[in-house]
Design a protein. Structure first.
Length: 91
């Protein structure tokens, strides 16, 4: 994020006290204030989201194989099922 220009556009939001506290703790670990931490983190995430919307080109053969893979029934994966149903350690 370019930081050579003056910030003039306001961004306002409300958060839970617990959310603000967590954000403050994370910012502190990085030696940043809340505003800088939030702007840099959200900026980075916004870029990643937009970069994930890439166009990719495939030959007809590769496109057909790609579509077949998407349309194929999901294979049972007990390890993955266990992972996504397991309670997170912080919960």
């Amino acid at each position: 994020m370019a930081q050579s220009t003056t910030r003039t556009a306001p961004i306002n939001l409300r958060a839970l006290e617990s959310q603000r506290s967590l954000i403050d703790r994370a910012a502190s670990v990085l030696g940043k204030n809340r505003s800088d931490f939030m702007l840099e983190t959200v900026w980075r995430e916004a870029e990643n989201i937009l970069l994930d919307q890439r166009l990719f080109m495939l030959s007809k053969t590769n496109f057909d194989a790609f579509m077949a893979a998407l349309d194929a029934p999901v294979k049972d994966n007990p390890e993955l099922r266990n992972l996504i149903t397991r309670k997170a350690p912080w919960e």
